[in-house]
Write a protein that binds this ligand. Sequence first.
Ligand code: NAI
Ligand code: OAA
Length: 348
Amino acid sequence: MNTTMLRSILKRSSSTSSTVSYLTSRGFSSAPAPERKVTVLGAAGGIGQPLSLLMKLNPLVSSLSLYDIAGTPGVAADVSHINTRSEVKGYAGEDQLGQALEGSDIVIIPAGVPRKPGMTRDDLFKINAGIVKSLSEAIAKYCPNALVNMISNPVNSTVPIAAEVFKSKGVYDERRLFGVTTLDVVRAKTFYAGKAKVNVADVNVPVVGGHAGITILPLFSQASPKANLSDEEIIALTKRTQDGGTEVVEAKAGKGSATLSMAYAGAIFADACLKGLNGVPDVIECSFVQSSVTELPFFASKVRLGKNGVEEVFGLGPLTDFEQQGLEALKAELKSSIEKGVAFVHGN
Ligand SMILES: NC(=O)C1=CN([C@@H]2O[C@H](COP(=O)(O)OP(=O)(O)OC[C@H]3O[C@@H](n4cnc5c(N)ncnc54)[C@H](O)[C@@H]3O)[C@@H](O)[C@H]2O)C=CC1
Ligand SMILES: O=C([O-])CC(=O)C(=O)O
């Protein structure tokens, strides 16, 4: 397939979603944009590979660094043949991690094990906490100013782990650490559009809280365009959004969790970070960040992205009784997941 054909296919599909505009409106040309290095840690994995592809398509990226413990030379060679702006380099094994990270503007982390049916995201803590801790130590050493997009689960704990590592190394800046919750927003938009029978490209739904089960709180009362959905429909949409990850885990029946939709969501979020860094105004996404929106130290809500990362954390806005109950109900679990991450770094 040549570039013209691919562009025309993407153009047609873009009529259903404005969020892929970076793939379409700017086409594949090298729009004048500053040099930006994006590094993917876990680039040979189920998320890492399609995410690397999507980042290769992003004209805001000038250097794409693909790191994994193994398998990255092949992924990098493959992706590097795509005729877009960025130069691609693959790095495999810990002794190449420093080189992979040096000079990064954004580090995206989908490294770690995924769920199998019957597991919760917290069941991944045992393995992924250690992976995230050692990768965060390397980020602190080699690219302490990078924006970190944490995908590895359990996000509710891995983000606090990264924060504690950065604090212990004296490089923590809360504006530069993000838990990627974009997939919850992507799902909420899709499910809402289906139920409300509105064009999915026009839909916006904030999703707040965290990224596991009931800690995922979509605010359908703030969804646009407005639709007249019954209480039962809102309850069902909320539950489906909260269980979206499990829906995929069960459908994949032991072969992992969401990878393609997550790669899409991760590419959307990284694109928003790049736009913010480049000074594009009013870039707003939901993300799990250090927060004073509630009494919890980390919380997902809408944030404005800018040249320093998070420029503004937005409050929750008016909530319905149902959403208020959901908010109160999620706090205990989210608090204990955050504390578990903090305790892990401090060895207790
Ligand atoms: N935030 C979110 O919304 C979502 C998060 N996830 C999470 O993303 C993570 C990755 O999922 P998949 O890509 O499906 O898993 P996968 O197993 O297909 O890929 C993970 C990759 O990480 C690599 N890896 C392991 N240790 C590493 C290390 N120390 N340094 C660098 N790379 C390392 C592995 O070699 C593998 O290539 C999981 O923890 C999963 O739960 C998945 C979907 C959505
Ligand atoms: O459910 C999982 O384990 C992966 C994930 O975070 C998601 O798909 O939202």
